[in-house]
Design a protein around this ligand. Structure first.
Ligand SMILES: Nc1ncnc2c1ncn2[C@@H]1O[C@H](COP(=O)(O)OP(=O)(O)OP(=O)(O)O)[C@@H](O)[C@H]1O
Ligand SMILES: [Mg+2]
Length: 293
């Protein structure tokens, strides 16, 4: 038995992920060839970030980031406040475009498309790459309308189709049973945890490929947090998920890969098991053991 594996067996937070983590080492090797072996097919990497830098005006917030993310994985972004996690997350669906005076260098490729090329349809990009915010932010509309909103914008008008999409999305977000009899109620009448699952359903309704989540449980109690964590593991079967978290246990519980950011640099990115048991960089070790941050 390898040392890594022994550590993994002893680590309660990682035990549940052990089978998946070990099988992912093969995936990691394939990544270097820009492809991953799926069950029967060779799949493209879902997100490739190359020599990427980001500026707010003259202030550089990200420096020369390189990262590769295969499909159907959960990647956790960790690091102290102000290190650029949110900035990085938001570059993956060009959400930062909305902030005047920002500038990017390098490439972000999503499903084979360089998303910073001028011809890219940003509305379509944001359908493909959905974002769940830290604070649940449902629209002041009914539960049904919150979920139907995105599909309507993307041209889906038929009621039977919308009904089906709303039900499926709420099912997938593990909220359907709690709201099926009150779809016309205001979304604002839901609890914080339910609102966050509604926001996830809203993203799912437009059939994304990648889901970005910025500290999605930081405003929630432990029970609601657990439900979202379970949901994230479940959704990773069908989606590629990138999640920012300040909670080390959460990163260890739910992610396959972990990326540690510090002062705009990506210090280290690797299998979650490796980052938490055997980090390569002393700064990573200091951060995950709580010595700063
Ligand atoms: N709209 C903005 N305009 C100018 N600077 C910004 C803006 N948003 C973020 N920054 C700066 O960019 C850097 C990275 O911020 P970012 O929000 O990405 O950090 P973070 O890692 O998400 O932090 P936290 O853990 O506190 O959420 C910080 O120095 C921050 O002050
Ligand atoms: Mg942030």
């Amino acid at each position: 038995m390898m040392v890594d594996e022994i550590r993994l067996r002893q680590s309660p937070v990682l035990t549940e992920n052990r089978g998946k983590l070990i099988s992912l080492s093969a995936v990691n090797e394939q990544r270097q060839k820009d492809q991953v072996q799926g069950d029967n097919t060779i799949k493209e990497l879902k997100v490739k970030v190359r020599d990427f830098s980001f500026y707010y005006g003259s202030k550089q917030a990200l420096q020369n980031i390189n990262m590769q993310i295969a499909p159907n994985e959960v990647t956790a972004l960790i690091g102290p406040s102000g290190c650029g996690k949110t900035t990085f997350l938001r570059t993956i669906n060009r959400m930062n475009d909305l902030i005047p005076g920002t500038k990017v260098e390098g490439e972000v490729v999503v499903s084979g498309q360089n998303i910073y090329q001028p011809a890219v349809d940003v509305v379509e990009l944001r359908r493909k790459v959905g974002l769940v915010f830290q604070q649940p932010n449902p629209f002041p509309k009914s539960i049904y309308e919150n979920v139907a909103y995105g599909p309507k914008i993307h041209g889906k008008k038929k009621k039977t189709l919308l009904d089906e999409l709303v039900e499926n999305s709420l099912q997938q977000a593990a909220l359907w049973d709690e709201v099926k009899d009150r779809l016309k109620d205001s979304a604002l009448s839901l609890s914080g945890g339910q609102q966050q699952r509604l926001c996830i359903a809203r993203v799912l309704a437009v059939k994304p490929e990648v889901i970005l989540m910025d500290e999605p449980t930081s405003a929630l109690d432990p029970v609601a947090t657990q439900r979202i964590e379970d949901l994230i593991r479940q959704l990773s079967m069908d989606y590629t998920i990138i999640i920012v978290t300040h909670n080390m246990q959460q990163a260890a519980r739910i992610s396959d890969f972990t990326a540690f950011f510090l002062l705009g640099d990506l210090v280290e990115c690797g299998k979650t098991s490796q980052i938490f048991t055997n980090p390569k960089d002393t700064r990573t070790e200091e951060y995950i053991t709580g010595r700063f941050g």
